[in-house]
Design a protein around this ligand. Sequence first.
Ligand code: PLP
Ligand code: COI
Length: 365
Amino acid sequence: MSTEFTRQINPQPATDEVRAAVLENPGFGQHFTDHMVCIDWQGDVQKGTGSWDNARIQPYGPLSLDPSTSVLHYGQEIFEGLKAYRHQDGSVWSFRPEANAARLNRSAQRLALPALPEETFVDAVRELVRVDEAWVPSGEGESLYLRPFMIGTEPFLGVRPSKQALFSVIASPAGNYFGTVEPVDIWLSDTWARAGKGGTGAAKCGGNYAASLIAQLEGDAHGCSQVLFLDPEREGAVEELGGMNVFFVFDDNRLVTPELTGTILEGITRDSVLKLARDRGMQVEERAFTLDEWREGKRSGRLTEVFACGTAAVIAPVRRLLSHDEVIGSEHERPGEVTMAIRRQLLDVQTGRAEDPHGWLTRLV
Ligand code: PLP
Ligand code: COI
């Protein structure tokens, strides 16, 4: 049964001129649409009781939180990231939203937050995109980025799961995340880890990103737009970037990516890339991949391309891995052929230019 949303329309939406100016040059995550979704929860996670109520569309605007609200102290926060794409006939679609809904619930379980019915998640996204449809861009590589999130909202300082929560969705027109598909340099974090065994690495929670920022600052100082994290318990084993999964292309039609160990985010783009690569007849390996193998692959010339992927950035070719001590992979000056072919294939499905053989698209408008 679909969730009923009440609608409170924004009495002061952005003017057509302001919206047009944003859509002219959306950037990433800087401008927000006129509305947001909110749904409240009350219950007891430990007892498995509670209900989601008051599903609503309301004007986009500040949340009012008591200073004692649990999320502000103990960080019970999780989020998702997905996009709405405008197709040539004007319709609007999202890509595997049920996978985001399922992952939100895995994150919720890890953070002792309540599960949200998957249909409610998809309904919430649909409601928001319908009311703010005019904000869905139609330019090449552009989309409406959707940011569902959940926080513990009980005003209480005891350390236990919050008995109140808020699920919300906000939306932001998005252009190209890196502003280009030119290969990017990434920084090797050899000091800081973002996750460890039994920790929250596989959950999409704000704390993981907070923990990655110090490494990102180090990367920024070295001209790198993303940071590569290693598995602190397995010598030199590559995990993922701060906001993307990572792939290695070998000259024998092989694609390698670190396996899901519980410390890596189960990227929906990662999973889609694996499927597309298999469709292309590539041999796909999900396994430990070490810096030594990266070095050796470069030395022998058999590792021909490296790329990173995620919803926000789609697929970004990697030029070099830099660290305090070394540079790996200096010859990836141009985006690789396999990288760009998979990128094109994925974007073509998302934007309706190609068949959708896996049934990944859900129509929103
Ligand atoms: N890894 C991390 C840490 C991320 O933040 C993201 C982005 O969401 C990804 C991987 C890629 O996940 P997805 O493809 O589902 O966007
Ligand atoms: C995404 O790709 O959707 C992300 O969440 C990555 C980053 C913007 C946090």
